[in-house]
Design a protein around this ligand. Sequence first.
Ligand code: HEM
Length: 285
Amino acid sequence: MNNKAKKKKDEVYYMRFDPFTRFLHLLIIISFLSLAITGMIIKFSGIGMFQTLSKMLGGYEVTGFVHRFAAFITFAYFAMHIGYLLFKKFKQNRPAKNLFVGERTLMFRKVDIIEFGQTIKWFLGIGPRPNYGRWTYWEKFDYFAVFWGVAIIGGSGLMLWFPEFFTGLGIPGKFINVATIIHSDEALLATGFIFTIHFYNTHFRPDKFPMDTVIFTGKMPMEELKNERPREYKLYMNSPYKDNYTTSKPPVWFERAARIFGFCALISGIMIVIMIIYSMTFLYQ
Ligand code: HEM
């Protein structure tokens, strides 16, 4: 092994995501891609391409089943995430306020507004790169998008799934039609957002292209942390728990597997965006 390769192998890494968080994100990728593709097959059932896709899946009944199964996974990971936060609070005796205030919270703070302004200036070349911390404002936005996505898309989806139950509660039948419109349009919006803006912010921006594997491996080079997130680096350097966050380079096979899986997910997302544009132009020509 030459010196350069050895230096790379010995590089110190920072542990950004724990195994449970990575597992939940894997569930998000698998379920969201399945929901998006099966949802489109159901929505655009008059277009030949989607009829072929439905046949490949085993017909519309199977497509509907896969959609519902992926919806079940969505509710399950959402519940697991809330359970995980409660576990941290009660079992590990972490103060609840850590979730809502302080440097490492996912809640929006004044600093996010300031960094938004600084980012625009940086984009325009009239300011330096902001001193981002553990979470940037766009990462916080993505995090909360899952909450309102599950509430709006999930809630309306449940109405489509169990219409007798909801009308039995006294909800007028016409609200099931309204739920279809809300579900369908919000789903297209979420799909368009995730596969363009989220993909760009996380993977396609110049310093990450073609992808960032940190969400699979959990690890990022310490040098990258220092340059990209100086506020978090400073906290890390002064933390009494520094050792818990210091790690080594992920094994080559793991990094490679993460890249292959990530590549398949990114390509699937891009294909879905192309299919949405095609369907829209087909329907409204
Ligand atoms: C997470 C909870 C969700 C539940 C419970 C749910 C449930 C459902 C149900 C029951 C249907 C009707 C299926 C049928 O007619 O056989 C449906 C349709 C659909 N779903 Fe979902 N879904 C969920 C999430 C999503 C997501 C995340 C997307 C997109 C990313 C999506 C996209 C669609 C679309 C486009 C349709 C077709 C609506 C139409 O007919 O215009 N769904 N969903």
